[in-house]
Design a protein around this ligand. Structure first.
Ligand code: PEP
Ligand code: MG
Length: 537
């Protein structure tokens, strides 16, 4: 037996086989082959598999979220049946090159052709050509879509995981995450929490290859990770796991109950989501709404910008699922650890203090406007609110509001129906907290982002695993900034919530209630736990 210790991200226990996740930096090579007939056969087989996969995705998406969303897979299938595209692939195969290279050649040729077209719809197809070609290349190279090539659910082990990698993973294939590096406040950790999976980061493990395939036990309570445990320990862990599952079941009785203290103080408990599908988890957990939809996850793990139409469908789907419950959509918070190649962002000395979030949106309004148009169009289908990340000044808020005004005017002129949309900001910089009295005059609500507020107040990089020990989230400076922000919100008659990870810290629930916090937005897995804490006060 081997034992490792890391930082726990979610309390829970998982037992299963260890799967070593390899980075997907697959590069297509140009190889001359002696047998072009064999390559043609490989391509034909891969094409069939791709079409089968797309057919499956169409059916699955149709059943889950409807025709609008599913159609894209039909379009992808049609692209793979296009005569010109197939002629290009076959031409390169005839010349005696390998199938991966032939598909990549066709991908580049047609993506460039589409990208140069006048028509916006056709231009957007460039991304689809890339997407579907990459699917065929992955099949040829034997690489699974989400990087997990396993039959049953596994413990996913990696040196480190980026948010882009994690967001692509299929939750059904995963029992837990264990990484060698990483901090418990990183977005990868937040994603694991949103998937409700036990996870350990910062275990320092280097010999993944030797551990792969062995039985592992992740103890998210103690932060321990056992490999090939002795039968006695294994039995004990199975027993503890059953108890944990029973405790979760017991929380279920709080579904449908109010978040109200013994003396009648009520608070909203909402859920944080990153993907459209997470809305199902929020509903299952009986969240009162979505307090933070991290919309930037729609931009991660892909090769090009999501179009207005794609985004519209995503927001509309979430709003429709949530019915009359509020959905707070945060505009794009890209940058720092959330990297996207197609944004072509420069390398920075201090990315957390750099070109990110609202700074990018105000600097590149075409990106911002596309997103705002999609959200306002979707607002006709539910109770949408919008909030803006990383605000530091009143001037920024005024510039944002001017862009919003223009977007709404254009949509109205175009006859698009829209709902009433509250506009708020995230208070996640000390600057915003300190001038919250001024900012409160400009917006409808505040949502306090304690993850960034902590890193900026304590000057502790949230990505740096070495600094976790001094990352005191209960530091009086942070609590004072929260208190001040809530007080200033109420003076102007607006509401203030907390959507950072601290909102789920039940040691502080009483403090937050005493401060008058109106809403706590937590991962779906914590909704009932927080409700319990509120009701026990
Ligand atoms: C925060 O900073 O607390 C927050 C909720 O935003 P994110 O974690 O996505 O930076
Ligand atoms: Mg933040």
């Amino acid at each position: 037996m081997e034992k490792y210790t890391g930082k726990s991200v979610l309390k829970g226990i998982a037992i299963g086989r260890i799967y070593w996740y390899r980075k997907q930096d697959y590069q297509v090579e140009k190889v001359e082959t002696a047998d072009s007939e064999a390559e043609k056969k490989r391509f034909a087989d891969a094409l069939e598999t791709a079409k089968e996969q797309l057919g499956g995705l169409y059916e699955e998406t149709l059943a889950r979220v409807g025709e609008d969303h599913a159609m894209i897979f039909d379009i992808h299938k049609m692209l793979l049946e296009d005569g010109d595209y197939l002629d290009t692939v076959n031409g390169v195969l005839e010349e005696g090159f390998n199938a991966e290279y032939a598909v990549e050649t066709a991908e580049n040729r047609f993506a460039e052709l589409f990208a140069s077209m006048e028509d916006e719809y056709m231009r957007a197809r460039a991304a689809d050509i890339r997407d579907v070609s990459k699917r065929v290349i992955r099949i040829l190279a034997g690489i699974p879509e989400d990087g997990i090539l396993a039959d049953g659910p596994v413990i996913v082990a990696a040196d480190d995981l980026t948010p882009s990698e994690t967001v692509k993973m299929d939750k059904n294939k995963i029992l837990a995450f264990v990484t060698a590096k990483g901090s418990s406040n990183s977005h990868t950790a937040i994603l694991a929490r949103s998937m409700n999976l036990p996870a350990l980061v910062s275990t320092g493990i280097v010999n993944w290859e030797a551990l792969e395939g062995k039985v592992g036990v992740v103890d998210g309570f103690s932060g321990e990770f056992f490999v090939e445990p002795e039968p006695e320990l294994l039995n004990e862990m199975i027993h503890r796991k059953n108890r944990w599952v029973a405790d979760l079941k017991a929380l279920e009785q709080l579904r449908g109950k109010d978040n109200v203290t013994g003396d009648g103080r009520r608070i909203d408990v909402f859920a944080n989501i990153g993907k459209v599908e997470d809305a199902d988890g929020a509903l299952e957990a009986d969240a009162g709404g979505i307090g933070l939809f991290r919309s930037e996850f729609l931009y991660l793990g892909r090769d090009s910008f999501p179009t207005e139409e794609e985004q519209f469908i995503s927001y509309k789907t979430v709003l429709e699922k949530m019915g009359d419950k509020k959905v707070v959509i945060r505009t794009l918070d890209i940058g720092a650890d959330k990297k996207v190649d197609y944004f072509h962002l420069d390398e920075e000395e201090n990315p957390a203090l750099g070109y990110r979030a609202i700074r990018i949106c105000l600097d590149r309004p075409e990106i911002f406007i596309t997103q705002l148009r999609a959200i306002f169009r979707a607002s006709a289908y539910g109770r949408a609110a919008i909030m803006f990340p990383m605000v530091v000044s009143v001037d920024e808020v005024r510039r944002i509001k001017e862009i919003v005004r223009q977007v709404k005017q254009e949509l109205s002129a175009g006859g698009h129906p829209m709902g009433e949309v509250e506009l708020g900001i995230m208070v996640e910089t000390p600057a915003a907290a300190l001038i919250s009295g001024e900012l409160a005059k400009e917006v409808d609500f505040f949502s306090i982002g304690t993850n960034d507020l902590t890193q900026y107040t304590l000057a502790v990089d949230r990505q740096n695993q070495k600094l976790e020990a001094i990352c005191d989230t209960h530091h009086p400076a942070i609590l004072e900034l929260i208190r001040m922000t809530v007080e200033n919100a109420h003076k102007e008659g607006i509401w203030a919530g907390i959507c950072g990870e601290l909102a789920a810290d039940t040691d502080l629930t009483e403090t937050f209630l005493a401060m008058g916090v109106d809403e706590l937005s937590v991962s779906a897995s914590s909704v009932l736990k927080v409700r319990k804490a509120v009701r026990e006060l």
